[in-house]
Write a protein that binds this ligand. Sequence first.
Ligand code: 9MR
Length: 542
Amino acid sequence: MTRAPLSRSTTRRRTAALSTLAALVITTGIGVGSAQAAGSTLQDAAAESGRYFGTAIAAGRMNDQQYMNIANREFDMITTENAMKMDATEPSQNQFNYSSGDQIVNWALSNGKQVRGHALAWHSQQPGWMQNMEGQQLRQAMLNHVTEVATHYRGKIHSWDVVNEAFADGSSGARRNSNLQRTGNDWIEAAFRAARAADPNAQLCYNDYNTDNWNHAKTQGVYNMVADFKARGVPIDCVGFQAHFNSGNPVPSNYHETLQNFADLGVDVQITELDIEGSGTSQAEQYRGVVQACMAVARCQGITVWGVRDTDSWRASGTPLLFDGNGNKKAAYNYVLDQLNSGDGNDNGGDDGGPTDPGGDGTCSVTATKTDSWGDRFNTTFEVSGADDWVVTISTGSGQSVQSSWNADVSGTTGTLTATPNGNGNSFGITLYSNGNTTTPTATCSSASGGDGGADACTVTVTKTDEWGDRFNTTFEVTDADDWVVTISTGSGQSVQSSWNADVSGTTGTLTATPNGNGNSFGITLYSNGNTTAPTATCTTA
Ligand code: 9MR
């Protein structure tokens, strides 16, 4: 797969995928994942949604044929692991050495790949002559370095990590105390302006680690800086999330929220140095979670893993990468590939069409209850009575958006959702996602014409949908029940999340649901943590 380097203005991603996907589902009745062409490599699978998939390349490994074969086959974005750092490119002041960097860049470009430049200004890996510099002398030396290196690579770089790791760890949310910081708080914006002047077509990123959890002070510190830069016109285009995870620093459950909140500032986001220590399914699931989070954010342009094989990693003992030391694909690879092939990462949700119409209760009531994970998500299930078709109007709070639902067509973020019943029921579920807004969305429904259809049966069909990993949505309906018990049995490795006024105990346990008094329908959502067996659900009226 060969692609020319994209300029900053042409890397904006397609956003019209949802309606296409919804249409596919309506037409075919099968999951989006199976309706799309599947990529058989990471780069091809990522390209399905307009994203890249990259790796870091070490110049010293370029004569390892297995390493280069995997890199060439799987990745279309290349970061120079160490070759463009300050100590490598300017070992003596004003004497620049681009030999290793050029070697990697030339290989990447001649193989149709793009390049992330890493990194122009950093407190670490400074050449010896710079380490003891301070003040104006250091400021000038840093700006000269940024200008020289960005000029040398002008036109060849997709994104530059202009400034790397400038924030402190811990609870302060403050800048890191470094010789660069001591030249004045405006050193970062000065570096960005110099980079823009030197290479106007490269995307300019701020890059850091431990900025993945939205609640961390460091994340907030970086966010505030980017917001300030955007407000003042400092030329910043993207934020890089290094994403070095291990058991002490796991993938946060609010990762999607973090990425979305940054994107909402008007910058692109990139996962720039991903590695996750661990093994087997547990590692694979965490990898999948990261891919899900990126794919759920329209401005998440791509993912770069920090090395090829486990043995190439800066922390090899943690086996944190997608290929083992022999170049074999790990479980994590398969999960990542699968997730990249699954569509846009958003839950298109929806009813499987399973329940038989029990006759309805003549009311039309909606309750939207905020659930928790993956940001502020709201699930609501609603019911209309005696309708063969109906129109549902969804009004959302500011900052919220409505994702399309199964056999539904959503137009606009505050628009009208027109749902067409699939012929064998009058109940279906929708899912509202809030992009950071905590206001509960409201939904009203109005019935259209038609008659009531069917027997008072209580049947449940659970159909696998696609995105957000293996998630299953089912909506089911019981009739004339003041209370009931629903037993959920799931395949091994699956778990059940609690839903609307429901209490879930255990991963294969019993879900006891209490009707809310004004309807006899509610929805459950089954999440599968990596297991592809469809869960089954049965319901019994009490
Ligand atoms: O992977 C890089 C390793 O080979 C170097 O020895 C190390 C030196 O600091 O840098 C590693 O890459 C780092 C990256 O440049 C910035 N984020 C953290 C990465 C892992 O330490």
